[in-house]
Design a protein around this ligand. Structure first.
Ligand code: ZN
Length: 367
């Protein structure tokens, strides 16, 4: 007995020393980053704004239906209807930032306030206004956190990106990075297509997009989920675009509807992750947007340098290292912190330039 007690004591002391000597290792082994293009914090936290219901032309031309589906009750009830997974699961079990009315601020630091500069800031960890100032399909000179991770042995071939917008092969510089990027009108590449991928490939060529080269999010989601099940990546980036496209079209009802079905995609994705042994309890979900939009009148439809409020964004986190503190009511975060946060969750330091944003401490349980 004495011998055992002695051994046990020595063992515990050694353990205590080891844990004191190093920062706690995150439990996260996989990260899924999701963006909803141009989704405003105003709707995330306030639900549908009935003052904008008149700005629906083709979709939800029946305003009574719009009122019935999205316009009932208090802002707290309306946001629950609009984004039930975000408010039902993420806020209860994770963290949500960007409710400016409550005192939590999240902003982009680039001055462009549109998509390519936003995705560049988000994915590389720093704004680059001098070089990234248009949405033109130009290869990004900056390496993303996805590219950097994919170069490490533990992540090589286990990082992938799926997007509705056809610019992602350029934003992620697939020529240099070698990342698999399925975006725009691309199909799932063979050989070894799953029955789901075969069906999605057929549907994509037979579903002309209302947004030109940018496909509808249902296809992007389908391709991403098939890939997740088949290849089990450790880092998945999933970029949805319908919210932005319907907002630009002045279709408020369709914008709300897109937010709602994207929330359903998130719930289904999370349910899959929690049912799979590689991912269950070891995966962090980060959800955010590339830019905000304007506020008054028809300004919600647009964004850009000269649109007040278009730098205002939001961010959600859910996973094993993220304390369930719910909706933040204080503090200032920036879009340029997401890349380092993603890396830190995987136990990696990411600071390629002095301008790179720092990891968001509270997402990892730090003060
Ligand atoms: Zn846009």
């Amino acid at each position: 007995m004495h011998l055992f007690t002695g051994l046990l004591t020595t063992g515990l002391a050694a353990l205590a020393l080891a844990s004191a000597a190093q920062t706690p290792k995150p439990r996260t082994e996989n990260v899924v980053l999701v963006t909803l293009d141009g989704m405003r914090w105003q709707e995330v936290f306030g639900g549908a704004d009935s003052a904008l219901f008149r700005q629906s032309k083709y979709y939800y031309a029946d305003r009574k239906a719009l009122q019935k589906d999205f316009g009932q009750g208090t802002p707290e009830q309306r946001r629950q209807v609009l984004l039930p997974f975000l408010w039902g699961t993420v806020v209860r079990q994770g963290q949500l930032y960007g409710n400016r009315d409550a005192g939590s601020l999240v902003n982009v630091t680039n001055t462009m306030r549109f998509s390519y500069p936003g995705y560049n800031e988000l994915l590389t960890g720093a704004a680059d206004d001098a070089r990234i100032h248009s949405n033109d399909p130009l290869d990004n000179p900056n390496a993303s956190v996805l590219e950097v991770l994919n170069k490490q042995p533990a992540f090589r071939g286990r990082v992938a990106a799926f997007g509705s917008w056809e610019a992602f092969p350029y934003i992620l510089n697939e020529k240099r990075s070698g990342l698999p990027v399925n975006a725009g009108q691309r199909l799932a590449p063979g050989p070894g297509l799953t029955p789901g991928e075969q069906l999605l490939n057929q549907l994509e060529v037979a579903t002309p997009s209302p947004f030109g080269e940018e496909r509808l999010d249902a296809l992007t989601y389908g391709f991403a989920l098939e890939y997740l099940k088949k290849k089990k990546p450790r880092v998945l980036y999933l970029s949805f675009g319908d919210t932005d496209d319907f907002a630009h079209a002045g279709e408020y009802g369709a914008y709300l509807h897109a937010a709602q079905y994207t929330d359903t995609f998130l719930r289904q994705l999370w349910e899959y992750l929690q049912a799979d042994p590689q991912y269950r309890g070891k995966t962090t979900l980060l959800v955010t947007t590339d830019h905000g939009r304007g506020v008054a009148g028809t300004q919600w439809q647009t964004h850009g340098r000269d649109v007040a409020g278009a730098d205002q964004i939001w961010l959600a986190a859910l996973g094993p290292d993220t304390p369930a503190t719910g909706m933040a009511t204080t503090g200032q975060l920036y879009q340029n912190q997401v890349a380092a946060t993603l890396a830190r969750l995987l136990g990696q330091a990411y600071a390629p330039t002095p301008a790179t944003g720092k990891p968001i401490g509270p997402v990892m349980g730090a003060k």
